[in-house]
Design a protein around this ligand. Structure first.
Ligand SMILES: NC(=O)c1ccc[n+]([C@@H]2O[C@H](COP(=O)([O-])OP(=O)(O)OC[C@H]3O[C@@H](n4cnc5c(N)ncnc54)[C@H](OP(=O)(O)O)[C@@H]3O)[C@@H](O)[C@H]2O)c1
Length: 243
């Protein structure tokens, strides 16, 4: 027989459970974080740096050569600074990896110390190209993001920003980038932070899309987007429906 006391404690337990269930769109304030972009002199890195700085974020562009980084930063304005990759990593809270797949492993291996304790966002798409177009490469670790996690045991590695058009990101006439960003990672606090960063850019939404073991599909999908862009002369992005 259920007593009034039993019912009361059951209600309290239900309320406590509901309080624990967080709203997935309740994201942290990331406006005070410094964002570094390794390979920030390239199209993707420069585009992300521009969009984040335009949204008010403090951004440091990284390069293998400090001078190239400073030149790129000067061209962007908006308070963006340039530094050699190691200094960029050291001075940033969040570090976006935007180097080509070919330089991914060596770049991260060299920066293990500077990236320790940092939130790393990998946006690298391991792709090959032949006369049939783009195709996905399969890294030994499973994906570029998993390679990053293996090489950076003391960092919090996430993956995001794979499906953005660098052309749209860099075009100052484009006010909004209407797209979803699939965010992958192992810890909710980290993926929430990356989602919040994506949401700083008008039109953009970060959506949690699983653990790093599922990063390969996300990275590979870019080969399909390149095919779409070639056929339709577009800068296609992604929208996830019903979320
Ligand atoms: N382009 C896009 O639309 C797009 C979209 C989504 C994701 N991505 C991903 O973002 C990454 C960068 O793309 P991107 O088009 O910007 O590439 P990128 O212009 O070829 O390279 C970016 C920068 O990386 C540095 N770099 C070049 N080779 C390197 C190496 N071997 N080791 C270390 N650093 C090297 C260069 O900067 P410094 O010479 O100044 O060091 C270069 O400016 C790629 O992994 C790509 O898959 C690109």
């Amino acid at each position: 027989m259920t007593t009034p006391d039993d019912a009361r404690s059951e209600n309290a337990a239900t309320r406590a459970k509901a309080a624990l269930k967080r709203d997935p769109w309740d994201l942290p304030d990331v406006s005070g974080l410094v964002v570094g972009v390794l390979g920030g002199t390239g199209d993707q890195g420069r585009g992300l740096a521009y969009r984040l700085a335009r949204a008010g974020q403090k951004v440091i562009i990284g390069s293998r050569a400090a001078e190239r980084a400073r030149t790129a930063a000067g061209e962007l304005g908006l308070g963006v600074e340039g530094a050699e990759n190691a200094e960029c990593a050291r001075r940033s809270d969040v570090v976006i990896v935007a180097v080509p797949w070919e330089g991914h492993g060596l770049t991260l291996t060299a920066l293990r110390e500077e990236l320790a304790g940092k939130l790393v966002i990998d946006c690298v798409n391991p792709l090959g190209f032949d006369r049939k177009g783009a195709f996905a490469l399969k890294p030994e670790e499973g994906s570029a993001a998993e390679q990053a996690a293996a090489l950076l045991p003391d960092s919090r590695v996430t993956a995001a920003f794979h499906h953005l058009s660098a052309v749209l990101l860099q075009d100052p006439a484009v006010e909004r980038i209407d797209t979803d960003v699939m965010v992958l990672g192992e810890a909710r606090a980290d993926t929430d932070l990356v989602q919040a960063l994506a949401a700083r850019i008008p039109g953009m939404r970060g959506v949690f899309a699983g653990r790093l073991r599922n990063a390969h599909q996300v990275e590979s999908l870019v080969a399909n987007l390149i095919s779409v862009n070639r056929r339709y002369k577009a800068h296609a992005g992604l929208r996830l429906t019903d979320v």
